[in-house]
Design a protein around this ligand. Structure first.
Ligand SMILES: NC(=O)c1ccc[n+]([C@@H]2O[C@H](COP(=O)([O-])OP(=O)(O)OC[C@H]3O[C@@H](n4cnc5c(N)ncnc54)[C@H](OP(=O)(O)O)[C@@H]3O)[C@@H](O)[C@H]2O)c1
Length: 201
């Protein structure tokens, strides 16, 4: 039996790797990153995104665990830093939906990534809080126009592995595999316009 095709943009990242581990058995995964994978692109570039969908053809789901926004105080952030984050994490992911929906078939699901900073800001998070809230607002509104396709978003909190990489106390972190389970739920439970999140109990 042919497996369903799942595009994972950001497949080599802390969270993306766990998504591939969890879903690799059931789906034919197409890995997409800037520097490695089955297909290389920068999702900021709409023309490359369009080219990728043309090349890949029919797909059943797309998960994006990618994009960058700088974490720094307003004093340290330049206007360019804000623009870069908006182009990368916000518009990069929006590109995937806006362009991908033209190539998607009935039932295709898109799952983007925001982050807990949308609702729980911290000093240094002005850029990421703005970007994450923007992604969630886009998803809720876009779901109303997706017809027989779906779009959802996973909002991770701090992953344990990321805290370890940063050398900070990871006792409050959540293993990234727990976020991967939310992406699975977001493509398989038939809903649209939902923000999936998990916080430490
Ligand atoms: N980890 C956490 O604790 C945490 C918490 C809350 C939210 N998040 C969000 O979750 C997402 C994934 O986080 P992560 O920690 O797993 O990230 P990560 O380890 O930095 O990995 C990012 C992944 O995305 C790819 N990528 C980055 N920019 C791209 C672009 N413009 N076009 C195509 N691919 C791109 C990277 O590969 P290349 O470098 O090869 O392109 C890499 O595979 C991010 O949006 C992050 O803000 C993470």
């Amino acid at each position: 039996m042919n497996k369903k095709k799942l595009i994972v943009v950001g497949s080599t990242g802390v969270i993306g790797k766990k998504v591939v581990d969890l879903l690799g058995e059931d789906y034919q995964i197409i890995e997409v990153n800037r520097s490695s994978g089955d297909y290389k692109l920068d999702m900021k570039d709409a023309i490359s995104v369009d080219e990728m969908f043309k090349r890949i053809g029919k797909f059943e789901a797309l998960i994006s665990t990618s994009g960058f926004g700088r974490w720094a105080s307003m004093d340290e952030m330049s206007i360019q830093d804000y623009h870069y984050g908006l182009q990368s994490k916000l518009m990069g992911q929006v590109n995937l939906v806006l362009i991908g929906r033209k190539y998607a078939h009935s039932g295709t699901t898109f799952v983007l990534t925001s982050g807990l900073l949308a609702q729980h800001p911290m000093p240094g998070s002005t850029s990421l809080s703005m970007i994450n809230a923007g992604i969630e607002a886009f998803v809720r509104a876009a779901a109303l126009e997706m017809g027989d396709k779906r779009v959802n978003v996973v909002s991770p909190s701090f992953a344990k592995e990321t805290m370890e990489m940063m050398g900070i106390d990871s006792s409050t972190g959540i293993p990234a595999i727990e976020f991967a389970k939310l992406y699975k739920q977001a493509i398989e439970d038939g809903k649209s316009g939902i923000v999936y999140s998990k916080i430490k109990e």
